[in-house]
Design a protein around this ligand. Structure first.
Ligand code: FES
Length: 478
């Protein structure tokens, strides 16, 4: 199996570059290679594209602030914390922040700052009562993420921002997992985001800074990015980020509906697993589950064609136990029984179903495959499990789908005519001349039409997508 055939369930780690982002980047990688900081006409033309991208990124943020491009969210979080704090500052962070926050705060503690770690409840939400008790009357910064990158819990960031402001401090929000998926934290003072989590390119992120918040630069030099981040900007990366943000804004509601649909499928399939973190206050594109008696390292080695993570992508290679799972009260042994996965807008339900089926196959040793029937208008889908060797027409009929098959495979009726999704068409054995003749006579036959009675399912057809043709049949069964 090739790498690109793997089922990808790791959307918290990264996402595929959107076509729109790819197209937006291309001119700046070749013909429009000019430096956006040059004063001449060509430089100014590219600089205009950078500002256009900045506007698109800012469109997902609250009004009253500015976007500073960085190399990613880690740099943005470093800039926010080191750029606004001093060795005498009092900084509070949640116990389940990303390492970019925790380690930066710890570095400042080494310089003399006071760092307070705030606990979370067993469902992965910041313990507001404990925070009220632990925070002194005055603080300089409170940093809490919007959506946790491991367990997907959504923190009450507006209330936390008020808590920081009531103590005279700034509120920093790591919104890497929420940006483009949820409304931005309205009253934060600084927000860190990353392009590659929203189908943009890797190597670029941003810090949104509320007007009036003053920062010191981390990188000194030519004074680019409002004096906060010296170094030549990459117009290709900014264009890709801007295009991805534009797509995310346009698709936010549709994507939310799609992710909710996948969540419903997932919790149904994994109904006998335990979910880590709150189910309600959760981004539904994150499923983090565990099961007694199952070792995630072993599962990963047995299910190599499903890409899922055991903890955050940044920490999973380190061997460090997850501080997030410890934070919600799980032991290291329980953390090893995790099977977390994330889904995204460009991810499809058929793939999810394959992933689930592959896990089951390894555990049970059977050879079930999945067929996805889709109505002619694309509105309705029916996922059906079938045995290798089953006939496609019989599978459809057993599922109550309206394929008549009146000649029972004698190739005299064509009432079993289906349209194979073009991605799958080449995986089928070639049609016989008799079948092609019959399809020539069938009304509405298209280039990827086949007679379902002539198709016996093989393991290679796992995930097959079949469109039910239209005119003569309804899809009431779907
Ligand atoms: S059942 Fe008649 S052609 Fe397939």
């Amino acid at each position: 199996m090739s790498l690109t055939d793997a089922t990808y369930l790791d959307y918290q780690a990264t996402t595929r570059l959107a076509n729109e982002a790819f197209d937006a980047m291309l001119p700046y990688l070749n013909a429009h290679f000019w430096n956006p900081h040059s004063a001449h006409k060509l430089g100014r033309a590219v600089a205009a594209s950078v500002e256009n991208a900045r506007d698109n990124v800012a469109a997902l943020m609250p009004p009253g602030g500015r976007v500073v491009f960085t190399s990613g969210a880690t740099e943005a979080l470093n800039l926010a914390i080191k750029g606004s704090m001093t060795p005498t500052s009092i900084i509070a962070v949640s116990a389940i922040e990303h390492a970019a926050v925790l380690d930066t705060a710890d570095w400042l503690a080494g310089q003399g700052a006071t760092v307070i770690r705030l606990p979370v409840t067993p469902d992965g939400l910041l313990d507001l009562a404990a925070a009220e008790q632990l925070l002194p009357d005055r603080i300089d910064l409170l940093a809490v993420m919007q959506v946790n990158n491991e367990i997907g819990t959504i923190q009450p960031v507006e209330a936390l921002a008020e808590m920081a402001h009531a103590r005279g401090g700034l509120f920093l929000c790591d919104a890497v997992q929420g940006y483009g998926r949820l409304p931005a934290p309205a009253n934060a003072d600084m927000v860190a985001i990353s392009a590659h989590k929203i189908h943009g390119p890797k190597g670029i992120g941003a810090l949104w800074v509320r007007d009036g918040v003053m920062l010191s630069p981390l990188i000194h030099g030519g004074g680019q990015e409002q004096g906060l981040r010296s170094g030549t900007l990459s117009p290709a990366l900014t264009a890709g980020f801007g295009a991805a943000a534009k797509v995310a804004l346009a698709r936010m509601e549709d994507d939310a509906r799609h992710v909710q649909h996948l969540w419903q499928l997932a919790i149904k399939h994994f109904s006998d697993w335990m979910i880590n973190g709150s189910v309600e206050a959760r981004y539904k594109g994150n499923l983090n589950i565990r099961r007694d008696g199952l070792d995630v390292a072993r599962l990963m080695s047995e299910v190599r064609d499903v890409a899922f993570s055991a903890g955050s992508a940044c920490a999973s290679g380190s061997g460090r136990p997850s501080h997030v799972l410890r934070g919600i009260g799980l032991s290291d042994a329980q953390a090893k029984k995790l099977y977390p996965f994330g889904v995204g807008p460009l991810y499809d339900a058929r793939r999810h179903h394959i992933g689930r089926r592959n896990v089951k196959r390894r555990r049970r040793g059977n050879f079930m495959i999945t067929v996805n029937f889709i109505s002619h208008d694309g509105e309705t889908e029916k996922l059906v499990q079938a045995q290798v060797g089953d006939n496609l027409l019989k599978v459809a009929q057993a599922a109550g789908l309206p394929l008549e098959g009146t000649c029972e495979g004698q190739m005299a009726c064509s009432t079993c005519h289906v349209i194979i999704d073009k991605l799958w068409f080449d995986k089928l054995p070639r049609a016989s001349e008799d079948e092609e003749d019959m399809l020539d006579l069938a009304s509405g036959a298209r280039r990827t039409s086949r007679l379902s009675c002539q198709i016996d399912l093989t393991a290679e057809l796992d995930g097959l997508v079949v469109h039910i043709p239209t005119e003569s049949r309804s899809m009431q069964g779907v």
